[in-house]
Design a protein around this ligand. Sequence first.
Ligand code: FEO
Length: 402
Amino acid sequence: MEMSETPMGTVEIAPNVFWVGAKDPNRRLFDGLIPLPHGTSYNAYLIIGSEKTVLIDSVNPGFEDELVDKISQHADPGKIDYIVMNHAEPDHASALMHMLSLAKGAKLVTSAKGKEAAMMYFHVPEDRIMVVDEGSTINLGGKTLKFVDAPWLHWPETMFTYLQEDGVLFPCDFYGSHIAYGEFFADEFGEGHTLELAKLYFAEIMMPFRKPAMKAIEKTKQLNPKVIAPSHGVMYRRPELIVDAYTDWAGEKMRKKVLIAYVSMWGRTEHMVKALREALVHKGIETQVFDLTVTGIGEVAKQLIDSPVVVIGAPTVLGGVHPVAAYAALLTKTLRAPTKYAAVLSSHGWSGGAVRQLGEILGGTKIEMLGVVDAKGPASDDDISKVLQLADDIEKKLNELS
Ligand code: FEO
């Protein structure tokens, strides 16, 4: 399939199918939570059939004019017939009313839950909305849109749109990545580099929704698209790259790996972390250690995808857990990481509290606590013996998993 970038920055990804989105390299945070070291993009797509013209999703607030300029290179924005809303989150949907006001005859096409969201968030009049569900089609003239039910990726109303004749799948957030570089396709950007960033994105956005993700992956495999065109980051003209990766990540394909995330004030917790790391490495167990004071929380989230064991290292501060470690533990719970086992290494001076509070944070999960070492002051020989015992216990559990 031929794909080419036009002089004005749109990209033809199939005949009369154009990327008309916006790149946002300066954005550094998403949802007030997720770090974006490489910015992101809001990918919208224009499809021109012989009879009807469609816009697939839109852009983040502030990029409306850029979207309209790009559409105008290929079609009259006022003559758009359908605006598909695969997802109602504002980074894709907040420009919809702007587009509907330009294209006065256009219908907003979305799922039943998408209709509720469009009316609630964007005050789209009910008579401008056309509801579609699994298997619904729209004929554009030589091109057919087919809609795929794909809820909870990552809000309840999400769906995919598939352009049958050209084999292009538009899954909105799913299969996305936060990348705002010049390259548009994974093979241009570098597939290895793409997967690293896609994995980071999966951890932060899709990891809590692994079950609906697996259903959507199966549907993708049945469609067997030639191109996957998500609404963030690069597109895939070798779709199996991202589909296979998602199959591993959503399918909880674990490594024989231990993730240790720690913070240490005076090196006492760190001393136990180092002892545990050394023992695990000696046993040939992949061990990734992150000092939370210098590691972005996104990197920890990414490692949670395939780490069956997570060890939190944190001292007691003012009767509770060090807040930086509390954040890491809460993130593990919030992202519903597939963690099987956890352990805590801690130290305290005149009172404990870190271990109790970490237990409270991780409470209500299916994570089994393998062990706790809570040293009073610097770790004693007895404390280090407990750390070494913990390494043995971790090895045993990992062997049972494999
Ligand atoms: Fe890219 Fe869930 O919005």
